[in-house]
Design a protein around this ligand. Structure first.
Ligand SMILES: *Cc1c(COP(=O)(O)O)cnc(C)c1O
Length: 392
């Protein structure tokens, strides 16, 4: 096909097919741990990821998924892993050496936080500075001569804060540091970190990319030379690979990513506007709302696609918050996000994560992942729960 395809066409056809002996239209699942090696005397690279030897080096369903993700994001190369955390740990352990310095978002996923607060400094002597990455100047000041990596999460989980990836990448590159962006909260459709200057884009595919809440997975996108290093160490030698079956499931989910993200975004906007107007609500942050603290930046980086993640809190004490969760009938009280069904979790005021979040979050709040239900039904569910709690 000539010319530039639309996003949804790319999600359907991008990456192309692999050869299959029977001409199957849909990609078969290659449940094989190993492949026949040519006997023509060609030297075998046992740690190589460019030919089929063993499913930990490369496997067909993994390649199909990687190629489609590259087509959708414009990345040169991609590596997929057994979970988002395996992808993150793969990046950190591949590109950091002992004695290196890292600058990290103060607001980040709990495993990222623990790796940088505890394990990586203690086990490998990595020096870490946590900063509020929404403050571009603070990031610039934190970067020093030993800084090897700046790791940003945007939108931040769980606050939805937006960091200026473009400006951060410019400061980091000036000082010779790499920039990795965990963009899980947006999925690879609402923000394009690589186009904004990031070196590595990371997603938990468990969330929007798979989108159906039935598989874990992670991916890293970026330039070929960085990905070659990552594949050899993190995939082949640490072994955090994605199984053929889960790669197949996630490839199947990925086909509908653009239409799902459009729906998640439209519904989240309607729900966020409803919450903003409700007297039951103490605050609401959604990057699509004019009231979001980084609204202009969100508009510049996300261009009208604000994903489906909302952070908000209601009035009332702890009992009221528990009661509210109990009264919800459609929305499910569960972790994870980016699923077909709406999911909500409560961070109560005793959570040890709260001190790292902006002031308004420290009394406790909800992280709300808007699913693919009709917006009116989600709003009605919230309304009846507010009423049952005596909030309206
Ligand atoms: C869920 C999540 C992860 C971890 O992904 P898993 O697939 O659960 O290992 C990493 N970063 C963010 C922002 C996430 O939301």
């Amino acid at each position: 096909m000539g010319g530039k395809m639309g996003k949804q066409t790319t999600a359907v056809h991008g990456g192309g097919r692999k050869d299959d002996a029977f001409g199957a239209v849909n990609e078969p699942i290659y449940m094989t741990s190993n492949y026949r090696i040519p006997t023509d005397g060609t030297p075998v690279d046992w740690s190589g990821t460019e030919s089929n030897i063993y499913a930990r080096n490369r496997n067909v369903n993994q390649m199909v998924l990687q190629d489609k993700l590259c087509a959708l994001t414009g990345a040169e190369d991609c590596a997929v892993f057994g979970s988002g955390v395996a992808a993150l740990a793969g990046v950190f352990t591949t590109f950091l050496d002992s004695g290196d310095h890292v600058v990290v978002s103060e607001v980040c996923y709990s495993a990222t936080n623990l790796l940088f607060r505890d394990y990586l400094p203690k086990k490998y002597g990595i020096d870490v500075t946590f900063v509020d990455t929404t403050d571009t100047e603070a990031v610039r000041e934190a970067i020093g001569p030993k800084t090897r990596l700046v790791h940003v999460e945007t939108p931040g989980n769980p606050t939805t804060e937006i960091s200026d990836v473009e400006a951060i990448a410019a400061s980091a590159h000036e000082r010779g540091a790499l920039v990795s962006v965990d963009a899980t909260f947006a999925g690879p459709i609402c923000i394009y970190p690589l186009k904004l200057g990031a070196d590595l884009e990371i997603h938990s595919m468990t969330k929007y990319i798979n989108g159906h809440g039935d598989s874990l997975g992670g991916c890293v996108l970026g330039r070929k030379e960085l990905l070659a290093e990552l594949k050899e160490l993190a995939m082949v030698n640490y072994g955090g690979i994605l199984s053929p079956f889960n790669a197949w499931l996630i490839s199947r989910g990925l086909v509908t990513l653009p239409i799902r993200m459009a729906q998640h975004g439209d519904t989240a906007m309607a729900v966020a506007r409803f919450l903003e107007k409700s007297p039951a609500v103490r605050f609401v942050w959604y990057p699509g709302l004019e009231s979001h603290p980084q609204r202009e930046r969100a508009e510049k980086l996300m261009k009208g696609r604000y994903s489906g993640m909302i952070a908000f809190d209601i009035e009332g004490d702890d009992m009221t918050h528990q009661r509210f969760l109990d009264e919800l009938k459609l929305v499910t009280h569960a972790v994870s996000l980016g699923d077909t069904e709406s999911l909500i979790v409560y961070y109560d005021k005793n959570s040890d994560k709260l001190p790292h979040y902006p002031e308004i979050f420290r009394k406790g709040f909800f992280r709300f992942s808007i699913g693919l239900e009709d917006g009116e039904d989600i709003i009605e569910d919230m309304e009846q729960a507010f009423r049952a709690c005596g909030l309206i």
